[in-house]
Design a protein around this ligand. Sequence first.
Ligand SMILES: C[S@@+](CC[C@H](N)C(=O)[O-])C[C@H]1O[C@@H](n2cnc3c(N)ncnc32)[C@H](O)[C@@H]1O
Length: 262
Amino acid sequence: MLTFIGLGLYDEKDITVKGLEAVRRADIVYAEFYTSHLMGTSIEKMEELYGRKVTVLTREDVEQNTSWLSLAKEKNVVFLTGGDAMVATTHIDLRLRAIDMGIDTAIIHAPSISSAVSGLSGLQNYRFGKSTTIPFPYTRRDKTIISEAPYDTIKMNRRNNLHTLVFLDIDREKGFMRIGEAVSILMEMEERRGEGVLVNALAVGIARAGSDSPVAHADYLEKLKDYDFGRPLHTLIIPAQLHFIEAEALVKLCGAPQDIMK
Ligand SMILES: C[S@@+](CC[C@H](N)C(=O)[O-])C[C@H]1O[C@@H](n2cnc3c(N)ncnc32)[C@H](O)[C@@H]1O
């Protein structure tokens, strides 16, 4: 049996009671932290609470070298992921591979950044379009390459009057992207493309959702760049036109400028 268990947003205690019981019953516990990361804990703290050794898999182990999956034919294997295991990950691929190998699978859900952003910002969950990720720029032949995919997603969503949830890259070497870096990248894209998608755009930055001191702050994009959101993880929302209750929520919950209520 292979069970996908979401760990929630911030520390080892964000797992659900069902998830905790399943980890404690497991023969083998695997985890991956390249799609998301619980910043308020450590492997040692997880192992102490869960009462099991946790083996951390790399992206290669999860996406290519999946021979470990065959252990789930005989044993009770669980696979832990930050947030909800199937939100903004490619773990459905792992589940389908397991099914093809004759392994039973199940999911135990957990809080996800996708739902937390609506709670923290007051933006309506049903008004979000396709989400996107801003990857770290990289250099090729002395040229800095910046992916324009996030710009296109925001453009499409805005055209359809939908909010965009923008995840920020997690990189083994470069670390956790922060809101300031993400805003600079978006402004650079706007300069290159010049289509006006992000001119005078409002944005909402979210930091450390799920912790005791999450930050949700809204302002015009250029101003958000210099706001101190503190430690990661960070994420960004580019809102569509606001419903009047959403505007009120952004002012009252996220300190947005009053003029957005006009
Ligand atoms: C690719 S998504 C994976 C989402 C995860 N499966 C879930 O359901 O929450 C990971 C990105 O979401 C954002 N994120 C995740 N947890 C967060 C948190 N607690 N606070 C702020 N942003 C977070 C960060 O931008 C991070 O790089």
